[in-house]
Design a binder for this molecule. Structure first.
Ligand code: C2E
Ligand code: CA
Ligand code: CA
Ligand code: CA
Length: 275
C-alpha cells in the first residue's frame, strides 16, 4: 500500500508537468505554423434574402498542415485559445481579412471571428486600427463576430474592448445565437449590429410551428431595435423559404455558397461586376 501511495504521489506530480509540456508544445506548434504561413482564410458569403446580393463575407481560418492536410478551425482554435496562441493567430486573421476587404467591392462587409481571449489582449484595438489604416478600409466594413460563450466572462476589460470596436466604427455580431448559453442580457447590455441564429435552430424550426413562432418574434424584436438577423446553415430551398417567411434579413449556408478560397470569391465577384 505504501509503494502504491508513492506511485500515486509521483503520478500526481508528473501529471501537471505533462500538461504544462503539452500546452507548451501546442503553443510552439501553432506559433511555428504561423511563422511558416500555414494558416489561411476562406470566405463564406452572407446573402441578403430580399435581393440575393452578398451583404458580407465571413473569414474562416484553416490550417494547411504539412502532414494532416487542411485542418478545420474546430480542431485547433480551442487549443489556440487555451495556449494563448490565438492572440498572434487572431492578429494574422485581422490583417489578412483587411487585405482581402481591399480587393472586393466596398458594399461588402468582412466578418471576422474573435475569441474571448482576444478581448483581453490590450493591443486588440490597435491591431484593428493599424490594419484598417494599412489597407485603407472604412471601419464600417468590418464586423467582429463574438459567440455567446465569449460574452460569458464579461469583465471591465472585455466591455472596454467591445466599446472600443464600436468606437472605431466597426460592427459587432452576436454569433451562434441559441446554440448554447443564450442570455438575453447579452443583447440587453451590448449594442450588436447583427444577430446570427445558430444553424441548429434553423434546422429544428422547419415544420415546427411553436419554434417558428419563437424565431419570428426574435426577428421582429431585432428589427425593432435595428439589428440585422442572419440565419446560419441554410442548406435547402425549404430553409430559404422558411427564413424569408420568418423575417430574416440575411442567410449563410451551403445553399448559397460554401466557404471559398479568396481567389475564387474574387473571381465570382468580378464576373458579377462584368454581368
Ligand atoms: P462559425 O463562426 O459558426 O462559422 C460557420 C461554420 O459553419 C463554418 O465552419 C462553416 O464552414 C460552417 N457552415 C457554413 N455553412 C454551412 C452549412 O450550410 N451547413 C453546415 N453544416 N455548416 C456550414 P468552420 O469553417 O469549420 O468554422 C468553425 C468555427 O470555427 C466557426 O464557427 C468559428 O466559431 C470558428 N472560427 C473560424 N475561423 C475563426 C477565426 O479566425 N478565429 C476564431 N476565433 N474562430 C474561428
Ligand atoms: Ca462566426
Ligand atoms: Ca456561427
Ligand atoms: Ca459555430
Amino acid at each position: 500500500a505504501k509503494a502504491e501511495g508513492r506511485g500515486t504521489h509521483r503520478a500526481s506530480t508528473a501529471e501537471p508537468d505533462a500538461k504544462v509540456n503539452r500546452a507548451r508544445d501546442v503553443k510552439f506548434a501553432l506559433n511555428n505554423a504561423l511563422n511558416l504561413d500555414e494558416f489561411y482564410l476562406d470566405y463564406q458569403p452572407i446573402i441578403r434574402l430580399a435581393s440575393g446580393e452578398i451583404s458580407a463575407v465571413e473569414a474562416l481560418v484553416r490550417w494547411k498542415h504539412p502532414q494532416y492536410g487542411i485542418l478545420a478551425p474546430d480542431l485547433f482554435i480551442p487549443e489556440a485559445e487555451h495556449s494563448g496562441a490565438i492572440i498572434p493567430i487572431g492578429r494574422y486573421v485581422i490583417a489578412a481579412a483587411c487585405a482581402f476587404a481591399a480587393t472586393i467591392p466596398a458594399a461588402i462587409a468582412v466578418a471576422i471571428n474573435v475569441s474571448a481571449v482576444q478581448l483581453h489582449d490590450a493591443s486588440l484595438l490597435e491591431t484593428i486600427a493599424t490594419c484598417l489604416a494599412t489597407h485603407g478600409i472604412a471601419p464600417a466594413r468590418l464586423e467582429f463576430e463574438l459567440t455567446e460563450t465569449a460574452m460569458l466572462d464579461i469583465t471591465p476589460q472585455t466591455v472596454a474592448a467591445l466599446e472600443g470596436i464600436k468606437a472605431l466604427g466597426c460592427g459587432l455580431s452576436l454569433d451562434d445565437f441559441g446554440a448554447g448559453y443564450s442570455s438575453i442580457a447579452t443583447l440587453f447590455y451590448f449594442q450588436f449590429d447583427r444577430l446570427k441564429i445558430d444553424r441548429s435552430l434553423i434546422r429544428d424550426a422547419i415544420g415546427e410551428s411553436r419554434r417558428r413562432i419563437i424565431l419570428r418574434n426574435i426577428t421582429r424584436m431585432a428589427r425593432d431595435i435595428g439589428i440585422i438577423v442572419t440565419g446560419e446553415g441554410a442548406e435547402t430551398e425549404q430553409h430559404r423559404t422558411a427564413l424569408i417567411e420568418l423575417g430574416f434579413d440575411d442567410a449563410q449556408g451551403n445553399l448559397f455558397s460554401p466557404p471559398l478560397p479568396a481567389a475564387e470569391l474574387q473571381r465570382q465577384l468580378r464576373e458579377v461586376a462584368w454581368g
